[in-house]
Design a protein around this ligand. Structure first.
Ligand SMILES: C[S@@+](CC[C@H](N)C(=O)[O-])C[C@H]1O[C@@H](n2cnc3c(N)ncnc32)[C@H](O)[C@@H]1O
Ligand code: SF4
Length: 344
């Protein structure tokens, strides 16, 4: 109930952005530094220049002005930014519905300064106990995350709590173990088949393909998720996504709309091109320095080309991208999911 007004506002802003044909989700990789060493990770880098707090505050204000409804802050590990509390307070002031994704290592220590400015919190949990600690090379992590998650049950300003499990060859069968934990922590459970590479201007570089599930394993994971959902575990993927993963894991029948609905900004301020990670569409530091608005990046010719290219791209098989695409297409399954969440 306590999240309802935020979600109703989110629904209104989403509907407006969609009616105007504008993106509604700003995905911000706020740092590329990380304190963990997950083998699956494609985003940890730690070498790039990082935007300062003033530039980030500008980005969030501009995003709200351009009609974005939702901000997703991730990285790298966002809690490594000392100014995270300050910039999330700006996001709150301008009315963005803010989701924070973290490995949770520093969460208990940083929560007092973040509390009240996070609408939804996604904690990454890839398995239970020491298996999770090993996957992230962080002894004691699972214990810390569990203790923090349970502490939220007594917090009147607790955000919506969600867990995310990345499925790879390293944690086969983990979904059913994490589902039990998610239920006891009163958290919803997302899962993502791991992404294996990124598009560059020279083509798709599949650096982590050796860790990926086979199509048969993806189908089995979808069946397992459906069984768990049927037994009352808090699986958040839609039945439509599970059907797609089970019956068409190569995504032959799927059309991507993600660039219509999503803008991704890297730690260095790059407005990312998902089909050419090495060639950003624009840079927010340059936009700000030259007195341009963020919305001007939406009108650039390359972004328009990207919308057309996405139609035949199926590089991303995770539910965020696929369900965001279906939301753009106003598919009833997503509208129903949204109404259910807003009314919860
Ligand atoms: C890149 S992390 C950044 C935030 C934070 N450091 C964390 O681990 O939660 C965001 C999410 O991506 C997940 N992830 C890691 N490697 C992945 C991959 N190859 N494909 C899909 N998701 C992945 C993480 O487990 C996490 O839930
Ligand atoms: S904790 Fe997150 S950012 Fe860090 S290595 Fe793991 S997945 Fe990547």
């Amino acid at each position: 109930m306590k999240h309802r007004s935020g979600r109703v506002r989110l629904a209104g802003r989403l509907a407006t952005a969609r009616a105007l044909g504008r993106p509604y989700t700003l995905s911000h990789l706020i740092t590329s530094r990380c304190n963990a060493r997950c083998e699956t990770c494609l985003w940890r880098d730690g070498t790039s220049e990082e935007a300062d707090a003033q530039t980030i505050a500008w980005l969030y204000r501009e995003a709200a002005r351009a009609g974005f409804a939702q901000l997703v802050v991730w990285g790298g590990e966002p809690l490594l930014r000392d100014d995270l509390g300050d910039v999330l307070a700006v996001a709150k002031r301008v009315g963005l519905y803010t989701t924070l994704i973290s490995n949770g290592w520093l969460m208990a220590a940083r929560w007092p300064e973040l509390r009240g400015n996070v609408d939804a919190l996604i904690l990454s949990v890839d398995d239970v106990g020491v298996a999770h600690d090993r996957l992230r090379a962080m002894p004691g992590l699972y214990g810390r995350v569990g203790e923090f998650a349970l502490s939220l049950q007594a917090d009147p300003l607790a955000p919506l709590l969600l867990l995310n499990t990345v499925l790879s060859r390293q944690n086969l069968g983990a979904l059913s173990r994490v589902a039990v934990v998610a239920k006891s922590w009163r958290a919803g459970l997302f899962f993502c088949p791991m992404e294996t590479g990124q598009m560059q201007s020279t083509g798709f570089v599949e650096s982590l393909s050796h860790l990926a599930l086979t199509p048969e394993e993806l189908s089995a994971a979808a069946r397992e998720a459906r069984r768990l959902g049927g037994e009352g575990y808090p699986i958040l993927a839609t039945g439509a996504y599970l059907d797609l993963l089970e019956n068409d894991p190569g995504l032959a029948g799927y059309r991507c709309r993600a660039p219509h609905s999503l803008m991704t900004v890297g730690a260095d301020g790059a407005v990312r091109d998902c089909r050419r990670h090495d060639q950003p569409i624009a840079n927010v530091m340059e936009l700000r320095a030259s007195g341009q608005a963020l919305s001007e990046a939406l009108a650039l010719p390359r972004r328009r080309e990207l919308l057309a290219e996405a139609d035949s791209c199926s590089a991303c098989n995770n539910p965020d991208v696929i369900e965001l695409s279906w939301l753009w297409d106003l598919r009833p399954v997503m509208l129903k999911k949204f109404v259910r969440l807003a009314a919860h």
